[in-house]
Design a protein. Sequence first.
Length: 102
Amino acid sequence: MAGATATGHDTTAVLLAGLGAGFGLGIACGLFNGVVIAILGVSPFVATLGSYNIAIGVATTLTAGRPVQGVPKLFSQLFYGGSVFGMPAAIAITVVIALCCN
């Protein structure tokens, strides 16, 4: 998102693409964990801890160990400090997603 915004792409489109990529990656990680647990018979705790370490390694490699800066201002305002009915926006989004999954 930081790179696309810096090159002049539309902020809303970049934000939606970034959120979509994040949700897609979350689904892929959950699917990976489910396969490892259900098919390979690995303990859920061990599978989750292992995939967490893989994700941390990939993230550290991609960012060269530095924090990512320059995300779109809309993203920062919504997710870092935004609120919905007095509740942090990230929690509100989590509640909506949880309700949609039931």
